[in-house]
Structures are given as structure tokens and as C-alpha cells.
Design a protein around this ligand. Structure first.
Ligand SMILES: NC(=O)c1ccc[n+]([C@@H]2O[C@H](COP(=O)([O-])OP(=O)(O)OC[C@H]3O[C@@H](n4cnc5c(N)ncnc54)[C@H](O)[C@@H]3O)[C@@H](O)[C@H]2O)c1
Length: 325
């Protein structure tokens, strides 16, 4: 099967391409490379330089791709940036998403996997978070993803789109060849490891008075390769819509537990500073993963904290300047 991967130059998209190629799929990467890296795209994948905000180019690229399935990772995803520039987020994530859906419809591509996020839930009132929990996003990023999610059943009903919307919790880790190279980097594990590489002065723990066992915020982390594999299983099963599916592990880790794991795995001591809670950061976010287990045989085997940190650390030591090194 030939698979079109949007955002194929990005962190998760490039790992998904690597896993698809390893399993014998024929892959075409689509990206405008505004945030991703051409060097991250597996050499066996074809590359299409295309901006999803341009409906004409998107329609042409998708029609030419010869794809039978689409994994749609391309997006802007920085929460703080989305608060300052909401229009950019709706344009890329919503208009770009609609352009892609229309192009898929016109090209007769019915298998479609959408990268959504736990940010669609906002600050959940009860844990673990189920797919049916209220969707109350608190920033334009989460809102833009929720808008696209709501369009998917409409395209399913009207145009026969068979979709899955994976709501990722936190994604971490690296493969041998591909890792996280965002600019700016905002994710906790690479940010902390950049301190150990001498690229940042210190690591701040935001909030130590949360109602959690050690007072720091708890999140649910998934290894990027486990996450990518769920997408491949989904493509195979999209003979009918699968709907929204949480991807987490149901094992939450606190910020202090992450720091302990970093110290253990790297053999160094991460210098830490303490700061106030950040607005909009709930005490804990844990996924109910029942639907993922049932619908895509979800069994994340690499998602232990030490393995996620160890693989990220290996990659970052070999690529201290990301894909430029
Ligand atoms: N990384 C996480 O922890 C996380 C968590 C939840 C959800 N997600 C979602 O997963 C997806 C991938 O995340 P990532 O961390 O790999 O992001 P990333 O920034 O590394 O990759 C996104 C890619 O999309 C491309 N892109 C952006 N705008 C584009 C446009 N207009 N046209 C074409 N390409 C465009 C970028 O150049 C980049 O290569 C996103 O949709 C994100 O919202 C990520």
C-alpha cells in the first residue's frame, strides 16, 4: 500500500515513515518544511514539498501521490504560540486540514488518520480521560484540533471517509536514526536533556503544590515508535471509521519522577529550579486506553520512562544540534 504522510519531516511523521518503510510500505512524505527537516525523511520515501494552506497545490500533490491512505501529522502545535497567533493555528490546522480532506475526497482516498491531542479535553474533571469525556479546549491549538475532529464524521457520512483520530497524550523518545528536533523545543524531556548537553542553563519544575503524591504535575507519556505503530495498525483496519482513540499508557509520571529517571539513565544530576504552576496546566492527565487496546491492539512495549529517556539521550548525544549534526 502507498501511504501519504503529511508532516513527514517532523518528529512523529518522520518516525512513522521509518516504521512504514521497515514494514514494506511505499511512502510519500508531504511537508512544507517550515518546522520539519528534509534530512529527517527516510531516503526510501518520496518527498513532496507542499503547503497545506494552498488548496490548489494540496489537491495536485494528493492527486499525484498515488496514495491509498493518509497519515495527517502536519500542524502547528505550540500551545503558547497558538494563544498569541490564533489565526496562524486555524489557518494551518483547520484550513490546511480541510484542504487535505477535500483533496483526499477528490482523489478517492478513504483511509485517513488524524493526529489529534489530549489538548481537546482542556482541564478534565475526572481521570482517566475517556474519549467521551467533555471536549473543552482552553487554547487555540486544542480548539483547532477539535474543529477538525468534528469534521471527520461529516466527511465519513457524506463521502465515505474511514478515519481514526488519535488523541496523543505526551510523546517522547527516539529511534536510532530519528529524534526530536523542534525549534523552539518545549517538551519536557528534550528540554531537560538540553541542560545536560550545556545548551540551557537550568530546568524549571513548574508547580510543586499540586494534589499529586509528590506535588508535581503528572502526565502520560508514549514512546514515539509505539505511537507510530498504532497508526500503521489503524491504516490496515480502516475499512470503516474507527473514530477517536486515546493514545497513552495509563501510567502517569510526575515531573519529579522524570527528573529521577533522567539522573538514573544519564548518570548525571540535572540542575533544577522551581517555579509557580503555569496557567492551564492541570495536576494530572492520564488516558483511558481501552479503545486503543480494542481497536488497534494497542500494546506500547517501549513506553517505560527509562527507555523513552534513554533513547532520546542517545539520539541527542549523537545529534547535539538536531538534524544539522
Ligand atoms: N509531539 C507531541 O508531543 C504531540 C502531542 C500531541 C499531538 N501532537 C500532534 O502530532 C503531530 C505531529 O507533531 P510533531 O511533534 O511531529 O510536530 P513537528 O512540528 O515536528 O512536525 C510537524 C510538521 O508539519 C509541517 N507543517 C507545518 N505546517 C505545514 C503546512 N502548512 N503544510 C505542510 N506541512 C506543514 C512542519 O514543517 C513539520 O515538519 C501534530 O499534528 C501535533 O499536533 C504532537
Amino acid at each position: 500500500m502507498r501511504v501519504l504522510v503529511t508532516g513527514g519531516g517532523g518528529y512523529i511523521g518522520s518516525v512513522a515513515i521509518e516504521r512504514l518503510v521497515a514494514r514494506g510500505y511505499d511512502v510519500v512524505a508531504l511537508d512544507n518544511f517550515s518546522r520539519g527537516h528534509a534530512a529527517a525523511v527516510h531516503p526510501e520515501a518520496d518527498k513532496l514539498h507542499c503547503d497545506l494552506r494552498d488548496s490548489t497545490s494540496t489537491a495536485q500533490a494528493v492527486a499525484q501521490s498515488g496514495a491509498e491512505a493518509i497519515l495527517h501529522f502536519a500542524a502547528l502545535h505550540l500551545v503558547l504560540e497558538s494563544v498569541g497567533k490564533p489565526g496562524d493555528y486555524y489557518q494551518t490546522n483547520v484550513s490546511g486540514g480541510i484542504n487535505l480532506l477535500n483533496a483526499a475526497r477528490d482523489a478517492g482516498i478513504s483511509r485517513f488518520v488524524f493526529s489529534s491531542t489530549a489538548a481537546v479535553y482542556g482541564e478534565p474533571q475526572s481521570l482517566p480521560v475517556r474519549e467521551s469525556s467533555p471536549k473543552e479546549p482552553i487554547n487555540p491549538y486544542g480548539h483547532s484540533k477539535w474543529i477538525v475532529e468534528q469534521l471527520l464524521p461529516v466527511y465519513a457520512e457524506t463521502h465515505g471517509l474511514n478515519y481514526a483520530a488519535f488523541r496523543y497524550f505526551n510523546v517522547a523518545g527516539a529511534t536510532e536514526e530519528r529524534g526530536e528536533d523542534h525549534d523552539p523545543e518545549t517538551h519536557i524531556i528534550p528540554v531537560a536533556l538540553q541542560v545536560l548537553l550545556g545548551q540551557r542553563d537550568s530546568f524549571t519544575v513548574f508547580g510543586t503544590d499540586y494534589p499529586t503524591p509528590d506535588g508535581t504535575a503528572i502526565r502520560d507519556y508514549v514512546h514515539v515508535a509505539d505511537l507510530a505503530d498504532a497508526h500503521i495498525t489503524a491504516i490496515e483496519r480502516l475499512d470503516s471509521p474507527l473514530g477517536a482513540i486515546n493514545l497513552g499508557t495509563r501510567d502517569g509520571f510526575s515531573v519529579r519522577q522524570i527528573v529521577e529517571s533522567i539522573n538514573r539513565v544519564t548518570g548525571q544530576e540535572l540542575p533544577i529550579a522551581f517555579g509557580d504552576r503555569r496557567q492551564g496546566d492541570p495536576p494530572a492527565l492520564i488516558a483511558d486506553t481501552t479503545r486503543a487496546r480494542e481497536l488497534v491492539d494497542w500494546n506500547p512495549t517501549r513506553s517505560t520512562m527509562d527507555e523513552m529517556i534513554g533513547s532520546a539521550w542517545d539520539w541527542m548525544q549523537r545529534h547535539p544540534n538536531g538534524y544539522e549534526s
